[in-house]
Design a binder for this molecule. Structure first.
Ligand code: ITT
Length: 204
């Protein structure tokens, strides 16, 4: 039986990764645009939690309340060892330039990351993702991680966010150089979602 699922994210980069993952698992996927849920000015206030898990659950609950549908949302980011885990849950708006969006925002964040790590010997980092599922009867969160290092210059042009600077230890290349399936196999998002999918009851 077809299982409808709403992906509760405004990020096109995340959507490109989440959609095939859940479609391959047999879900009939809608995004916020298709579901007719326009961006509201108050949406940024959803993510006020102290952890990825709290924020992922808050987003999934919010979009479930609006749509009445089963929802998956993710909260994710980069944790850099030499920066005491920053930017962490603040990864998206780390550069604090509110005028930027999409690629310009990613470029500014990556430039800031290079500046903050200038001269650092320990460049190890990890991506973390909390993926949350909420429907009328149930809610749960799963975490995924992947380890790597921050290069001194960008490599590749796929992916989004910090992908061009993140060298995956497992893939031996940056996430921007990796094809979509390879990134999905080892990534924080791929891992969190695989665990989430395994927990979603098949009757829904
Ligand atoms: P939604 O809340 O609407 O889902 P968002 O972009 O605001 O979209 P987050 O608050 O979870 O999502 O921020 C995630 C940020 O972390 C994202 O903007 C990137 O800067 C970074 N990030 C997360 N996953 C990434 C990945 O797979 N590759 C590169 N950067 C990633």
């Amino acid at each position: 039986m077809a299982r409808p699922l709403l992906l509760g994210t405004r990020s096109q980069g995340k959507l490109r990764e989440l959609r095939p993952l859940f479609e391959a698992a047999g879900f009939v996927v809608a995004d916020l645009h298709l579901a007719g849920i326009p961006r509201e000015p108050g949406e940024d206030a959803i993510e006020v939690g102290a952890t990825f898990a709290e924020n992922a659950l808050a987003k999934a609950r919010y979009y479930h309340r609006l749509s009445g549908q089963a929802v998956v949302a993710d909260d994710s980011g980069l944790e850099v060892a030499a920066l005491a885990g920053a930017p962490g849950i603040h990864s998206k708006r780390w550069c604090q330039d509110g005028t930027l969006d999409a690629h310009a925002l990613d470029r500014a964040n990556n430039a800031l990351l290079l500046r903050r790590l200038h001269g650092a010997t320990d460049r190890s980092a990890r991506f973390v993702c909390a993926a949350a599922y909420v429907d009328a009867d149930d809610e749960f969160v799963e975490l995924g991680e992947c380890a790597g290092a921050i290069l001194t210059e960008t490599r590749g042009d796929g992916g989004f966010g910090y992908d061009p600077l993140f060298f995956s230890n497992e893939l031996g290349r940056t996430f921007s150089e990796a094809d979509a399936l390879s990134k999905e196999r080892v990534s924080h998002r791929g891992r969190a979602c695989a665990k989430l999918i395994a927990r979603i009851p098949s009757r829904r």
